[in-house]
Design a protein around this ligand. Structure first.
Ligand SMILES: [Zn+2]
Ligand SMILES: [Zn+2]
Length: 268
């Protein structure tokens, strides 16, 4: 089966309450076969909404976690609840977690503590970690090294970092995921990183409803818009877009441990 995967979508929030079904139908029409729905959108409740959204739905998978913006709400009882949720068979990763020193919406100490707790949780349940990192390269790499991330496996999602950060992550066995940012006019340095990365370690994502790619920039993002990010990578790698879909799709299947025989969005 040829696979095409949006590895990071936030579909549980109010942005999609009026037309979620149509958004999913457009994803199908665009050829997407699997959607990874991120639970850590906004506080704890988005995990519950995301699990309800994917439960029993062909081609839908989920992650559970708490966004670094909300790191200060993480406590022991919440981690225990998330551990139970993480054992759901359609939960394929923990996160997003990580460090965001650009917005600093939670104190940095709380962000580091929550990140370390989610690394432990990922190891416990045997699922990879989805890492959000902004303006925190050194602390991110240090924390990953200190928590045996090479054994957990993970992805730096919505990558906007330097070649050095990408190299350090790749050395830990991590994947790098590109969002619509790679299409932005100002993102020439990022495109240079994308050009150089080993292709078997690259994923694509929308991070919708945020960060719509050019030519949809400024609009609400949705999974079907991922074709513009794929086209950009195809251009950088001098491949056909169908090859980029297949490469990144197969990478995502391997990364999330999704079996070849698993149902897709088009399985009836
Ligand atoms: Zn993020
Ligand atoms: Zn996200």
């Amino acid at each position: 089966m040829s696979v095409f995967i949006d590895s990071h979508a936030h579909l549980d929030g109010p942005d999609f309450d009026t037309d979620r079904e149509q958004v999913i139908e457009r994803a199908r029409t665009a050829g997407l076969t699997h959607l990874i729905c991120i639970g850590a959108s906004d506080g704890f409740e988005s995990n519950e909404r995301t699990l309800a959204l994917v439960d029993g739905q062909n081609g839908f998978y989920a992650t559970v976690g708490i966004h670094p913006h909300d790191a200060q709400i993480v406590d022991e009882p919440m981690l225990n609840t998330l551990e139970t949720m993480a054992r759901h068979p359609q939960v394929v990763a923990i996160g997003e977690t990580g460090l965001d020193y650009y917005y600093d919406q939670s104190p940095r100490e709380a962000q580091r503590k929550a990140f370390a707790s989610f690394m432990t949780l990922a190891q416990k349940v045997g699922k990879p970690i989805i890492v959000h990192t902004r303006d925190a390269e050194e602390d991110t790499i240090q924390l990953l090294k200190d928590s045996q991330a090479d054994q957990t496996g993970g992805v730096l999602h919505c990558f906007t970092g330097t070649q050095a950060l990408a190299d350090a992550a790749i050395a830990l066995g991590f994947y790098i995921s590109f969002s619509g940012i790679v299409t932005f006019k100002s993102a020439e340095a990022l495109r240079e990183v994308a050009r150089n990365l080993p292709r078997e370690r690259v994923l694509v994502e929308t991070d919708c409803p945020y960060l719509a790619p050019v030519p949809k920039r400024g609009k609400r993002n949705e999974p079907s818009f991922i074709v513009h990010t794929v086209n950009q990578l195809a251009n950088l790698w001098q491949l056909d877009p169908s090859e980029v879909r297949a490469i990144t799709g197969n990478n995502a299947m391997r990364f999330f441990h999704i079996g070849d025989d698993s149902p897709s969005l088009t399985t009836t």
